[in-house]
Design a protein around this ligand. Structure first.
Ligand code: GTP
Ligand code: MG
Length: 202
């Protein structure tokens, strides 16, 4: 699959009940604050201005929808685990994330991002456990691959896979700076969309 175009659709401060989507499959991007979700979306879109990014954690405070190729939607969710956010803010963001998953009927896959340099946190593990309850395929991608040495890649991937109880081969290493792993991610998205169509026809 080639990404021909991508455009911003809308932002929401809370996912409304009876959210009906845009009539196309959706892929949600989740991960800790500052892990690189918005940059990841921009990399896929080939447009560094599409989703707002920032070196300050907690940049994305809304649910943002982006239409790709006019046939699938990527959802940029607020990051969790931002230590400096007040309890109240953290709760609001959590509610945004959980209300999105509770309301959407169009979700065909979830991409969970973790920073390649760090062992996934308790928050990451809890989020993954929570996401499993929706029975939607989950792909884990490690971000910021450009920040580590080639010689560290295998050990970092093992650590992430081990902590999340996943197969090492299932983790896709990515960099939004160098576009490392981008083709693999796009192939995976294509598979998620195609598999969901298969499922509907059964
Ligand atoms: P929130 O919206 O706060 O949850 O953050 P986010 O997950 O959307 O992260 P964002 O894309 O805003 O990126 C956070 C910081 O990490 C920015 O300074 C990015 O430039 C940087 N960053 C993101 N991806 C990469 C990457 O692959 N490599 C490098 N070197 N930096 C990255
Ligand atoms: Mg963001």
């Amino acid at each position: 699959m080639i990404i021909k175009n991508a455009r911003f659709l809308k932002s929401e401060s809370g996912v409304t009940k009876n959210y009906s989507g845009f009539g196309v499959p959706e892929i949600a991007i989740v991960g800790r604050s500052n892990v690189g979700k918005s940059s990841f979306i921009n990399c896929l879109a080939n447009n560094h201005k599409l989703a707002k990014t920032s070196s300050t954690p907690g940049r994305t405070r809304l649910v943002n929808y982006f239409m790709f190729n006019e046939n699938f939607v990527i959802v940029d969710l607020p990051g969790y685990g931002y230590a400096k956010a007040s309890k109240e803010e953290q709760k609001t963001w959590e509610n945004m994330i959980t209300s999105y998953f509770a309301e959407t009927d169009n979700l065909v896959g979830i991409i969970m991002l973790v920073d390649i340099r760090h062992t996934p946190t308790e928050n990451d593990k809890q989020m993954l456990e929570y996401l499993y309850t929706y029975n939607i395929p989950i792909v884990v991608c490690a971000t910021k691959q450009d920040k580590i040495k080639k010689s560290e890649m295998s050990a970092r991937t093992m650590d992430i896979a081990g902590t999340l109880k996943l197969a090492k081969e299932s983790i896709i290493l990515t960099s939004s700076e160098t576009r490392y792993g981008k083709d693999k991610v796009i192939d995976k998205i294509y598979q998620l969309i195609e598999n969901s169509k298969g499922g509907q026809n059964l």
